[in-house]
Write a protein that binds this ligand. Structure first.
Ligand code: TEU
Length: 559
């Protein structure tokens, strides 16, 4: 059922990202589910967002928490039924919300029928994937999996290896095989006809792999190396996007947001430039990598505010005349932003959570708010390795502690500050048992701070993070300078602040943000400004040079 949608209906939209497994459990089995999302739609609507992006809920063995799909046409019973999904989407539309589906097209589960036929030796289906002969008795190349170890898995019965850039239970689809593309397009068209309003395209810039899978420089202490230069953003990916756009995105007026890593602006312009609008938005994964050594999340560095803002403003400039940037500070693959980039102490948690929202969501682009971010939810403390669930943690633990003999305490501390499990603890709804997430036993540990940090408490507190986010989203929607205006950074030399002005047709708005627990002075652009948002809540007007208190932020409009 396709609702009539005006073209580019998403232009001034804000998106709320839902990780269904941890959102709300309606039937007490310990897992969040689709009916749970539907029951929380009033809460989502009241936040002031326009779109929900729901992470995968299709049939899956859950090796990568649903990003390993074994049936693209049915809902995994953990999450409910097809009737639940129908009701959720219909209720979204009835409430003026749009529904974006997380579509994993780079790989399937190894339990998908296509891969099962491939494993049986069926040549036709082996060509749906990348099966290669051993080279000198070992993997065809030394490519590393994103989750650690080799990107090749050996199948003794076939005496062949298959490629998996992620988990070994996530074999990569061969997009050079036209039949694969035809069948993925069929999946997308099915869901477009079903009535979803857009797609979040998972790891979609990896669709083309260089055919000889050349060896790469191994990572330190490993025989495998990151081969992203051989499989990310290759020219043929554009041809795939052009076909997807011709046959699915355009005909069904789908909003598309591509999750892309290792990308440069010139490639971004090809993907969603004015001349070839194949994709609407880019979700640039690497924009949060300013507190780590390169792409290794487990090699932490102090958060470099200056490097972070230089990159953000560089991308704001590069994308100013073309598609749209997804604006985000957290998601299901990252630790909680208030713990990672802010200060989650009792004294500063609320202030720094609000500051992060104010810094990010007055920029040019589309806000993507991750469930719980609007509450200032924090990382939690998993005492032992068994408390973790993520495959990336398990593989790293195996490699570094079990095989590498490194101290368990070191890696438990790293996993507690930077693993994907930090951002996947159940949503904190109330101060009741399990934070009101489930009446059963939660699949993942609930943060012990839920009596203090929960939606119910914040609903009643007009000064809460939740109500700050509501006000922020309402204000930004009404500011044409924020929706369409230019972006001009200021105070760039500061190691602590993140400041910029937005201008459009005589309207000037400034966003001023202190990222650190310090007091600092900021010289504002000329003029007097009326404050629209302030996390300290005691500032009405600003002009000239202002003194910012720890984690202080404000948004103000020129009088
Ligand atoms: O993540 C993609 C992903 O992890 C890489 O593109 C990332 O940029 C890389 O780790 C470098 O930091 C998506 C989903 O968001 C994630 O949850 C899945 O595990 C993954 O794809 C596989 O489907």
């Amino acid at each position: 059922m396709i609702l009539e949608k005006e073209k580019n209906w998403w232009q001034d939209a804000a998106v709320y990202q839902i990780y269904p497994k941890s959102f709300y459990d309606s039937n007490g089995d310990g897992y969040g589910d689709i009916e749970g999302i539907r029951q929380k739609l009033p809460y989502i609507k009241n936040l002031g967002v326009d779109v929900i992006w729901v992470c995968p809920f299709f049939k899956s063995p859950q090796a990568d928490n649903g990003y390993d799909i074994s049936d693209y046409f049915s809902v995994d019973e953990r999450f409910g039924t097809m009737e639940d999904l129908r009701r959720l989407i219909d209720d979204c539309h009835a409430m003026g919300l749009k529904f974006v589906l997380d579509l994993v097209a780079n790989h399937t589960s190894d339990e998908h029928p296509w891969f099962k036929k491939a494993l049986s030796g069926d040549e036709k289906y082996m060509n749906y994937y990348y099966f290669k002969d051993p080279v000198d008795g070992h993997e065809p190349s030394n490519w590393a999996s994103v989750f650690g170890g080799s990107a090749w898995e050996y199948v003794p019965r076939l005496d062949k290896y298959y490629l998996h850039l992620f988990h070994k239970k996530q074999p990569d689809l061969n997009w050079e095989n036209k039949e694969v593309v035809d069948r993925v397009i069929n999946i997308m068209q099915h869901w477009a006809q079903y009535g979803v309003d857009g797609f979040r395209l998972d790891a979609i810039n990896y669709l083309y792999k260089e055919p000889d899978f050349p060896d790469v420089e191994p990572m330190p202490g490993s025989k495998y190396g990151f081969a992203n230069q051989h499989y990310a953003n290759k020219p043929k990916v554009n041809e795939h996007f052009a076909r997807l756009n011709r046959e699915v995105f355009a005909p069904y007026n789908m909003m598309t947001v591509a999750e892309v890593a290792y990308i440069e602006p010139e490639t971004a312009r090809e993907y969603c430039g004015k001349h070839q609008p194949e994709l609407d938005m880019l979700y640039i994964f690497d924009l949060l990598n300013f507190d780590q050594d390169g792409f290794d999340k487990f090699s932490p560095l102090p958060f470099d505010v200056k490097a972070f803002k230089q990159t953000i403003f560089h991308w704001q400039k590069e994308m100013s005349e073309i598609g749209r940037l997804a604006l985000f500070f957290s998601n299901h693959d990252q630790a909680r932003s208030v713990s990672r980039f802010g200060d989650d102490s009792d004294q500063y948690r609320d202030l720094s959570a609000k500051m992060q929202g104010n810094a990010m969501y007055m920029l040019k682009g589309t806000p993507y708010i991750y469930q719980g971010e609007e509450l200032g939810m924090t990382n939690l403390n998993y005492e032992k390795i068994e408390d973790f669930c993520d495959v990336e943690v398990m593989n790293t633990w195996q490699e570094k502690v079990i095989e590498g003999g490194e101290p368990a305490e070191k890696w438990l501390a790293l996993f507690n500050s930077r693993s994907r499990d930090c951002g996947r603890s159940p949503m904190q709804w109330t101060d009741e048992a399990n934070a009101g997430f489930t009446a059963g036993t939660p699949w993942q540990k609930v943060n012990s701070n839920y009596p203090k940090i929960n939606a119910a408490a914040q609903e009643k507190d007009e000064k809460s993070t939740l109500n700050f986010y509501r006000k922020l989203l309402r204000i930004r929607k009404g500011l044409k300078s924020v929706q369409q205006g230019s972006v001009t950074p200021f105070d760039m030399e500061s190691e602590n602040t993140f400041c910029y002005s937005r201008e459009y047709e005589g309207e000037t708005v400034i966003s001023v943000n202190n990222f650190k627990n310090v007091t600092c002075r900021v010289k504002l652009p000329r003029g007097s400004f009326r404050v629209l948002l302030s996390n300290y809540g005691d500032v009405a007007k600003v002009r000239g040079t202002v003194t910012l208190r720890p984690f202080e932020c404000l948004t103000a409009i020129k009088e």
